[in-house]
Write a protein that binds this ligand. Structure first.
Ligand SMILES: CC(C)(COP(=O)(O)OP(=O)(O)OC[C@H]1O[C@@H](n2cnc3c(N)ncnc32)[C@H](O)[C@@H]1OP(=O)(O)O)[C@@H](O)C(=O)NCCC(=O)NCCS
Length: 162
């Protein structure tokens, strides 16, 4: 099985929109959502995970509060195709896309200092974010979106050679 993570391109639209529709049943207009995301770089930066050449996951990252020298990135949205979940692919997608993103932003003179993530309080993805990013819960807002939303924050270690 060949797994790879790369930046998303316009040709990924249909596959990513289809995954979005499956993963987020409360959200509408998947195609429009993905078109808008792909068009919003560098504010939003999209990645896909491929298994044997087929898109099986995606991650959207967002630069928060403007384009800054010290960047707070938000993991805006992530999904792995249901048939492929609980095999470490979500973790792989987060790690690989973040590594690529950190390198890309470094080329623009930007350093990622921390990562913000929010998810519904009943979503088990919290333990994924804790394990992979070292994220901890910093705030909870009741009644946001479709229920109680948990906000997590993770520091990003600067490269040791700096
Ligand atoms: C969240 C999501 C991306 C995780 O992808 P995944 O490929 O299943 O994640 P991994 O296999 O890398 O999981 C790593 C760890 O996270 C935790 N985890 C992930 N999903 C879990 C679940 N449904 N229940 C319990 N723990 C879970 C586990 O600790 C897991 O490690 P383990 O399998 O060794 O116990 C996937 O479940 C998904 O697409 N969900 C629907 C969309 C969604 O809710 N996205 C997040 C909100 S934006």
């Amino acid at each position: 099985m060949n797994v790879c993570v790369r930046a998303a391109i316009d040709g990924d639209l249909e596959a990513v929109a289809s995954l979005h529709a499956q993963a987020f049943s409360r959200q509408r207009d998947s195609k429009q959502w993905v078109i808008a995301t792909l068009a919003a770089a560098p504010r939003l930066l999209a990645f896909v995970l491929l298994i044997d050449g087929n898109i099986r996951g995606y991650a959207f990252w967002a630069q928060k509060s403007g384009l800054r020298a010290l960047v707070t990135l938000e993991l805006d949205q992530i999904a792995i195709c249901a048939a492929w979940q609980r095999q470490g692919l979500g973790a792989r997608l987060i790690k690989d896309s973040l590594d690529q993103l950190v390198a890309r932003l470094r080329h623009s003179g930007q350093t990622v200092q921390n990562i913000l993530i929010s998810t519904r309080a009943d979503n088990q993805a919290q333990s994924l974010y804790q394990q992979v990013l070292g994220a901890t819960t910093v705030a909870t807002i009741e009644g946001l979106y479709s229920g109680t939303e948990v906000f997590m924050l993770a520091p990003v270690q600067p490269p040791t050679h700096r």
